[in-house]
Design a protein around this ligand. Sequence first.
Ligand SMILES: *Cc1c(COP(=O)(O)O)cnc(C)c1O
Length: 448
Amino acid sequence: MPSNKTNFKEYHEKQLHALKTKDEQVYELIAKEYQRLQNTIQLLAAENQCSPAVLAALGSVLQNKTAEGFPAARLHGGCEVVDDVERLAVARAKEAFVAKYANVQPHSGTQANQIVITALLETGDKILSLGLEQGGHYSHGSHVSFTGKFFNVENYYVNRETFLLDYDSICEKAVKVKPKLIICGASAYSRTIDFKKFRKIADEVDAYLLADISHISGLVIASAHPSPVDFAHFTTTSTYKPGGPRGGLILMGNDYNRKIKVQRKDKLLCKQIEESTFPGVQGTPYLNHIAAKAVFLKETLTDEYSARQFKIVENAKRLADRLVDLGLDVLTKGTDNHMILVNAANSREGLTGVTSQKSLEDCGIITDKIHLPYDEKPSSITSGIRLGTPIVTKRAMGTEEMDTISALIDATLKNVKIVSDSEYKIDEPFKQQTKKQVKDLCSNFPIH
Ligand SMILES: *Cc1c(COP(=O)(O)O)cnc(C)c1O
């Protein structure tokens, strides 16, 4: 019998109990995932761990609200509270990124890109971006993504020897291609991106510039990486990679006031972005996610968050240095951000990205296999692994732990008996011993 007196606190506090009693199976799976996270070293560049406060907002009654449109201009009734939630998230996004305009509605980083792209381009218009196989993202024009299906996509490349962006060659390519939109930002690039140079190139060919900072947006907030917000016409990011809820953001700086011609009429760029959001690409925004973004963005304004972003870079540099010392082939010999790209195939004869990822995972060290620039192995095999330090840093690990972790990685990759590009064997006692070392290390750094 529902009590007619449940108040807000009781209503929300009974959530976990409700799940346990109503669906033991899902409850147990969630508990198992918590244990997995607790007992393994998460070296993932594309993940983070949000706070309990963010999780609470995600699991709140706000998830029930349908509110198509924007604050004070919704298609539905009863929106006064969620209007305030969204306004708060917008204000905090602007503050965190020092932006003049923020749109907090995109359901994901991919959707944020889709919104910007469809706001600016007509079918068949040209995009110039870093290819997926070179470190770009699906939503930047891969042929398997909508962007590649409906637009005419050309790619620029990193230098074959240095694996660095070569701005002169990007400029040359832009002059030749004359794109309407240039996309910069990457999923696999461990060095600083010069957004000012990208803007110069965009201006030279009269193109819009979109900076997708999904991977580095936490660093950008803390100024541990230069910000694109005033250089790019649009900046997009996922909100989970910097440590918030699933979702996306679109930000604008100096260009927020600029106009675009739509059917021969002048329209504000930011207005065009809103119409492209709804009804262009999405339906109702996820108000629980928007509230969680607000909670997260408030966290990013703290000294703790800011200091942690610098620590993430420090840990990544230390891990990269140690791996180089141990003889592994680290692309560009190091990193400027949270990410380390290792060419496993070059590090040890016969090793591949997939056998490295899997053997490390057998020992409790979680990484991603990754297709490196100019990688000749198929995408299911790859030559590389991508490591990242946001989660270990969140768990309060420091340079000393990075040394331990690099030794564990090196020992594991040395222990692997290679059978083929996708098959390997690992010594059982070694595996059990390493797993235990990992678990012991993790138990001193609980997730919180
Ligand atoms: C992760 C990532 C995205 C996608 O974000 P989702 O929220 O998972 O859709 C977009 N762009 C880049 C560069 C990314 O690394």
